[in-house]
Design a protein. Structure first.
Lengths: 396, 264
């Protein structure tokens, strides 16, 4: 008797510990994600260890990272465009300095570089200096430029994603968010009709033999690694789409969403089939006893009863599609442009994280920006999960 | 009695981590070195230049292989952590600009390349080709190859935002081979018959140079970049025999055989 109690207590303890550990682990991951991601908004997009400077008489006091990028990209060439005098913008980096001064003047160990920079800046009013702090003059004759920190609104509404641009990286995630939602939306558009029809057929119409054959095949779909889907997409689907629509490129949102649609199918089919099959036999029999045909009972009794389960299936399918990484990475072309049609390349958030995290300097601005993307993805899927919970609750 | 000692001194047990560009080369080094000096254990892992350098900082690798120079903030982090790092160039890699074989354009100047990759030139007929939209293929933003191409071909300007970013060099080759208007860039070792490598001019069209190992070696071909090994001070003595081997004539022969460009 006593022994049994001890065993029960012990089992209880194990169950308690394992569920606590799981919860703590999940919370820790979320904490880590948010801690790293939010760090992005406390740093300047200019690479650490570098400074930007202007001449003393230049009225421009601060520039946004977009303006800095445009200047160094050669798209903005006059100070007037960014609120300064009507003067051509002149860049001063190591290349220009090397051209303006002889090696002797720069010094054997480049120890005279700071002095040369100061000399150049005092002679040229229209200059913008970009140097690493090691060479940037300690007593700069001009004024150093403040680069505005990455703001949340700039991050969410910016349209340019150049995370490694020098001197100022661009972290505009709008094309990535829209790309993700766009591909997911299209995928669900494919997957819902096919998934529901299959679920209804399997639950209500198919004979046991056919069902026993189809079910494992559909479950097999869920077991295929996503990189295999991606490879299939790249080699078969992408050239097919290119030829069918006579496009310059086959890597498009359409290719991504077809692959994602196929990948979301098993979730949608199995969950909604279970929902349909869970309709009590008594209700169906009551409907048939009232003289309704099989189709009428299906339409007026079974489907309304299973509605919340079907909704949950669809939302779970969306969740599956939105976070999918590898297959999308391989077939959507990954161009960070605002999606305009289904026949153009797009870039999704998961693909961006997967492709860039490996090469981003650990703990740097780019690294933090990728975690911030992770937060966005987390929030999106969190919303979908909450929706599922709400639908389930309403059902009870 | 002397022999085993010599062999022991040559035995290297270490980890190499980082750039995927260097991966095949490092694996070959590890394999050949391991056969030559039994008892050596050199494990090679990819993941990207940034991953390798981060691992060097956290002491989880002895050598970081990198296809780009260490960035300023990585250097500063090393300094903060009180670590010294030694940089060694182990080989060169030349980048070839490739197009679809059906494209009749076979040579471009650096200025034209810059204009194409920044999105200012959008049709092949502007550079003497067919009336076809140009599709720009690039590697991912964080790859060392991307940085290098941007710096040395595009005059540090940014890629057009509609450029298709591919996760792997193999994917660039695959896409360029099946897309008529495509242009991309890959390492010399990846050139194959399904794509056409362009000759490139860096003197405004006076001379065009074919991308191949000889031209890269003689520095005639301009788009050539170094591949680095970064070794932390603590592991320097341990991995020195391996570095000596790589820099020796025998090691550089492997470099050539693997499709990269030897140092001399």
């Amino acid at each position: 008797m006593k022994l049994r109690k001890i065993i029960e207590k012990f089992t209880e303890g194990i169950l308690f510990t394992s569920s606590t550990v799981t919860t703590v682990a999940v919370l820790f991951i979320v904490y880590f994600l948010f801690k790293s991601g939010i760090g992005l908004f406390q740093v300047s997009p200019v690479e650490e260890g570098y400074s930007l400077g202007l001449s003393m008489s230049n009225p421009v006091k601060s520039l946004s990272s977009k303006q800095v990028k445009d200047i160094f990209n050669g798209d903005v060439t006059n100070w007037k465009t960014v609120g300064g005098k009507d003067l051509d913008i002149q860049l001063l980096t190591m290349d220009e300095l090397g051209a303006a001064y002889t090696e002797e003047q720069l010094g054997a160990d480049f120890e005279n570089i700071p002095a040369c920079i100061n000399d150049y800046v005092s002679k040229n009013e229209n200059v913008i200096v970009f140097f690493d702090n090691h060479y940037f003059p300690k007593k700069f004759v001009g004024h150093t430029l403040d680069i505005l920190k990455v703001s949340v609104s700039e991050f969410l509404t910016g349209k340019e994603w150049y995370p490694t641009a020098v001197p100022a990286a661009q972290f505009g995630v709008l094309p990535l968010i829209l790309g993700t939602l766009w591909v997911t939306f299209l995928a669900i558009l494919f997957a819902i009709p096919i998934g529901l029809v299959t679920a209804i057929y399997m639950a209500e119409i198919a004979s046991d033999r056919i069902r026993q054959m189809m079910k494992p095949v559909i479950e097999l779909l869920a077991g295929i690694p996503s990189v295999v889907y991606g490879f299939f997409g790249l080699v078969v689907l992408v050239p097919a789409i290119q030829q069918l629509f006579n496009l310059p490129v086959g890597e498009t949102a359409l290719a991504g969403s077809i692959i994602l649609g196929i990948m979301a199918l098993p979730t949608i089919i199995t969950v909604s089939e279970d929902a349909i099959r869970s309709t009590p036999v008594a209700m169906k029999e009551a409907s048939l006893a009232l003289g309704a045909t099989h189709w009428q009972s299906l339409k007026y009794v079974v489907l309304p009863y299973a509605r919340s389960g079907i909704m949950a299936a669809i939302i779970l399918g969306i969740g599956r599609a939105i976070g999918e990484t590898m297959a999308v990475l391989m077939v959507t072309g990954n161009a960070a442009v605002m999606p305009k049609s289904i026949l153009e390349p797009v870039r999704t958030i998961p693909a961006t994280i997967a492709a860039e995290l490996g090469e981003a300097p650990f703990g740097g601005t780019h690294f933090k920006a990728l975690f911030a993307l992770g937060i966005i993805l987390f929030i999106i899927t969190f919303i979908f999960n909450t929706l599922v919970e709400m639908i389930k609750k309403k059902d009870k | 009695m002397m022999m085993p000692n010599v062999a022991n001194a040559q035995k290297v047990v270490c980890k190499i981590k980082g750039s995927d560009t260097c991966l095949p080369l490092s694996q070959k080094f590890a394999e050949v070195y391991g056969k030559k000096f039994p008892g050596s254990g050199i494990s090679v892992v990819g993941g990207g230049s940034g991953v390798g350098l981060a691992a060097l900082l956290s002491n989880t690798t002895d050598i970081a292989q990198s296809s780009r120079k260490m960035k300023m903030d990585e250097k500063m982090k090393m300094k903060e952590a009180g670590k010294s790092v030694k940089e060694t160039i182990i080989a060169y890699d030349a980048l070839a600009v490739i197009v679809n074989p059906s494209n009749n354009v076979s040579k471009l100047t650096r200025e034209q390349l810059e204009s194409i990759f920044t999105g200012k030139t959008t049709n092949w007929k502007q550079v003497g080709g067919p009336d076809l939209k140009i599709i720009v293929y690039s590697r991912e933003t964080s790859s060392g190859t991307y940085e290098f191409f941007k710096e040395h071909v595009m005059n540090k300007k940014n890629f057009v935002s509609s450029a298709l970013l591919m996760a792997a060099t193999g994917a660039v080759v695959q896409s360029v081979s099946q897309t008529k208007g495509a242009i991309g860039y890959v390492g010399l070792a990846y050139i194959e018959k399904d794509v056409k490598a362009l000759t490139v001019s860096y003197d405004k069209g006076k001379t065009y140079v074919t991308p191949n190992v000889e031209n890269a070696k003689s520095k005639k071909y301009p788009i050539t970049r170094p591949l680095y090994y970064y070794v932390s001070g603590a592991s320097a003595a341990k991995v020195n025999p391996l570095l000596q081997f790589i820099l020796s004539a025998e090691g550089q022969k492997i470099v050539l055989a693997e499709g990269y460009v030897p140092l001399s």
